[in-house]
Design a protein around this ligand. Sequence first.
Ligand code: PBG
Length: 326
Amino acid sequence: MKLIQRPRRLKKNPALRRLVRETNVNISDLVYPVFVVHGKNIKEEITSLPGQYHFSVDMLQNELAEIIDLGISSIIVFGIPDKKDPGASQAYDPNGIVQQAVREIKKLYPNLLVITDVCLCQYTDHGHCGLVQDGTILNDETLEILAKVALSHAEAGADIVAPSDMMDGRVGKIRDVLDANGFIDTAILSYSVKFASAFYGPFRSAAGSSPQFGDRKTYQMETGNRKEAFREVTLDLQEGADMVMVKPALAYLDIIRDIKNQFNVPLAAYQVSGEYALIKNAEKTGIGNEELLMLETLTSIKRAGADIIITYFAKDMARWIRRNQL
Ligand code: PBG
């Protein structure tokens, strides 16, 4: 047999492989999560997320300077309040931790794109993403609070609000309230396809947001559901979402591809805390090289169709890209 087709011809050396490489992660794809806490002079490593930190607002500047220096232009801010209550009042307090942080970030770096996570779970004493009555998570009553949270973030200067609660109708409610208050240009990135995942563990210990009873399955999605992902995205777009998200990423690459093929809006994927922690522990357990695992998983998320990748590896990945691709 005469072998005419030889795919190996294009694998011969690094320059050739680079020339024909189909997928590159760009620094501009990356969004870096930032955790802020009350207090002063705090930069404390998060035990469950090695390499990630809790920052007090006064300690953000160096971190942000580093992020910007690496070429990363977007962050997503998560707040850890000092008080929790059943109604999540700290979540929409104008002097809440996220609101303070966003004001300061925008003062320091007006061009850094600031996304805020809009949810109640860090702020409620029961740890659920909505208000609770007799063990049930209330939907419509929660929307009122979520819209107040989103508005307070917009007032503080957030460019994009990202509801992650998975209540029905929250995108429409948030859009209404933002518009009614003059924030017509504040964009909504909806966590549209958020699965009830076991990969959120390290985040929940970092944010102190584990549900104190039950689980999140009455609002987050079942792992096996594809058609429901279409439905959730369709609804969010009808309600005014500007961008949508699939979360987690690695266990849901098929869903990322499905949504990418079907809808014409920017698509984000969130490489969540459990995905990050697994890779962080890989070296210790002899599974593999952290940097290579980072590169492989982030490339696969991009290849699956994500336009935007939220990842705790954003800084490491930006460094890798600068070393290898410029
Ligand atoms: C808040 C929220 C969660 C995450 C992002 N926003 C936790 C959850 O839904 O339990 C998870 C992020 C991660 O695991 O990295 N609802």
